[in-house]
Design a protein. Sequence first.
Length: 242
Amino acid sequence: MCKMIINADDFGYCRAVNYGIMDAHLNGILTSATLLTNTPGFRHAVALAKDCPSLGVGLHLNIAFGQPLTKGSTLTGKDGYFIKPGSLPSSHTYQMEDIQAELEAQYQKFVEAMGQKPTHLDSHLFTTDSNPVMAAAARELAVKYRLPMRNHDIPGFSHVDFVQFRTYYGEPGLSYVYDNIEDISSRPYVELMSHPAYMDSYLLKSSSYNVQRLTELDFLISSETKKMIKEYSIELINYSRI
């Protein structure tokens, strides 16, 4: 039987994202979310999560959006904001100690607010996959606190296959799942990434991936998707069970 984690990235981004994630969990098949610690909806997300212990909540490590929690000189551009991976100059080099301090601060803020460890780690805009310094610092954090991490095998945890639309050369969103569910469900442990949300002015202005999140939310709560999960005998879990 396939054990499937369906994770929503960007928990804490804003209230519209938070409400979409909670709806996808309470009324759909979402099992997990990863929390940003430096975004406007952080405290709101924490309050929602504390009232919903069935939702697994991990930490969405972030060096790509907003402002850092620490003062490392290599973390930001001249404006004091993180640099998106696509805008990172080829000459820019992150200092390991700056990344380590920032990730530690994000971890400690999560634990202080939530009153517990995150279920797992992943990263905003895949920086733990694309940037070697970030990857090394995040793995170090995962080993230190004994946490699984998306797309990285951490000692002591089962391997989890991570799939997304690019895995199957699909379009952004979740429609690829319907066409590839047989292959997806053949994996012992698998994680699907999602970005469900409702809409507000902050999300519209700050993210190019905005109205598409409504379609992802529809997928996660639809009766057709629930029927598919049942037909393929998929067990829905979060990272606390690997």
